[in-house]
Design a protein around this ligand. Structure first.
Ligand code: C2O
Ligand code: CU
Ligand code: CU
Length: 466
């Protein structure tokens, strides 16, 4: 099968999916909030099935589980207002789901452990992408206890949601960088340790990491840039447990967005830490000279307890080469100072304040029980959640169904509001966020996004009622 360049988002959907886009047939909205392209229906099929792929250039082939035969799965390119219909076909030998990480959608479309799709079964996920939620999201399986193993075999992919009034110039070349890691046995098989083995016990503690790091399914790919050019990178941390402390040699990054899209204005950073499940939008300004190259690296990040910290944790890893072509510099494009308004959620009228205490594999001292409801709330109310990490290891806390705004980390106020659905809570630290339950009623998971911890029950259920 010809493989479209995995880093290029604009080609991916059209090339690889039997994607049908139709203008909405009947009545236009009575009073459109603002002029934009007509609402569309995006209809596509995603099939999860075993496949055999060469994951590393020139390496052995590997038995994987893949969406539409590709690892990562195809990037879904959506617009705010789209009605999305995904026909999921499960051709795996076990139950699975597709969870649309970070999207606001009805409970039955969430692909959580409450709605498993049996082997050989199908399910239609139907949802509408709300206005104001343009950003970078991703999708992955979420069956009870099996998420880590299914993602490790290759099931994950990126989602881009675009706004009609995106403030950044449409002319900026865009790349989606899906970061993942994996581990292989001699011969090429994916190395998933027996849970009873020493390696399996380390994976259960640390979360499974691999020594091979992929950027959108490639090891150390190269991206081309022209001197003066500005590129928009959307970065997704799809790893089961690895945290990426990203730095681009000789460049500063203009950090313009996080999980739920753009900030009010960009922030200059020398480096950027992306916890498990988190996303970032950055602008890379081509300040290098023609013919030079710069490496994107993951710098050491100590998220571990000393007993199971990997021996090579302090070694930086090269992720990607940015290569300047030989052409003369181009004039840098004008960038807007102000991106979009991000209004802080009102913390003055709070229906509840809750504390989530994280210990190893437990939240508030409990393992996940699908038959239990841990937190009850009402639609439309606002709550403040304090996530307290009591142990000597980071835990990334994720909430389904509703986006939130971090208020402070270890008592230090967040400098500006942004939309998040994962907050990494470092060892022995506390983070507080405010969430307004604007969205849909249902039972929503919250959990540690280290997949081994989630699969071991570091998860709870929030029931939101009308
Ligand atoms: Cu990205 Cu409940 O998951
Ligand atoms: Cu999620
Ligand atoms: Cu955890």
């Amino acid at each position: 099968m010809p493989r479209s360049h995995p880093l290029s988002v604009r080609t991916a959907v059209a090339a690889a999916l039997a994607l049908q886009v139709a203008a909405a047939p009947s009545t236009p909205p009575a009073a459109p909030a603002r002029a934009g392209p007509a609402a569309r229906t995006v209809e596509l099929t995603l099939t999860a099935a075993p496949a055999r792929l060469a994951l590393r250039d020139g390496g052995d082939t590997t038995d994987v589980w893949a969406y539409d035969g590709r690892v990562p799965g195809p990037t879904l390119d959506l617009r705010e207002g789209d009605r999305v219909v995904v026909h999921f076909r499960n051709r795996l030998p076990e139950a699975s789901t597709i969870h649309w990480h970070g999207l606001t959608l009805p409970f039955v479309a969430d692909g959580s452990p409450f709605h498993p799709v049996p082997p050989g079964g199908s399910h239609d996920y139907v949802f509408t992408v709300p206005r104001g939620t343009a950003g970078t999201y991703w999708y992955h399986p979420h069956p009870d206890h099996r998420t880590g193993a299914q993602v490790a075999r290759g099931l994950y992919g990126a989602i881009v949601v675009r706004a009609p009034d995106d403030p950044l110039p449409a002319s900026l070349p865009e790349h989606v960088l899906v970061l993942s890691d994996n581990r292989f046995r001699p011969g090429g098989a994916i190395d998933i340790a027996d849970p009873a083995s020493p390696a399996g016990r380390v994976d259960a503690e640390n979360g499974r990491e691999g020594d091979v790091v992929f950027v959108s399914g490639r090891v150390m790919p190269a991206l081309a840039i022209r001197s003066g050019e500005v590129q928009r990178w959307r970065i997704v941390n799809a790893s089961a447990a690895r945290v990426y402390r990203l730095a681009l040699e000789g460049h500063r990054l203009l950090h313009v967005g996080s999980d739920g899209g753009l900030f009010a204005r960009g922030v200059e950073r020398g480096e950027l830490t992306l916890g498990v499940g988190e996303r970032a939008e950055v602008l890379v300004r081509g300040t290098g000279a023609p013919g030079t190259r710069a490496l994107l690296r993951a710098l050491p990040y100590d998220r571990y307890i000393p007993q199971t910290r990997p021996a090579d944790w302090a070694t930086p890893r090269d992720l990607l080469a940015l290569r300047y072509d030989d052409g003369p510099p181009v004039a840098p494009p004008a960038l807007p100072e102000v991106l979009r308004p991000v209004a802080p959620l009102d913390t003055g009228r709070v229906a509840a304040r809750r504390v989530m205490v994280l210990t190893q594999h437990l939240i508030n001292g409990k393992h996940m029980d699908m038959a239990r409801v841990d937190v009850r709330a009402r639609l439309g109310t606002t709550e403040i959640w304090e996530v307290e990490n009591l142990v000597g290891m980071d835990h990334p806390f994720h909430l389904h169904g509703f986006r939130f705004q971090v208020l402070d980390r270890n008592g230090v106020p967040e400098p500006f509001p942004s939309w998040k659905d994962v907050v990494n809570v470092p060892k022995h630290e506390t983070a507080r966020f405010v969430v307004r339950f604007d969205g849909f009623a249902g039972k929503w998971m919250y959990h540690c996004h280290i997949l081994d911890h989630e699969d071991h029950g570091m998860m709870g259920v929030l029931e939101v009622r009308p």
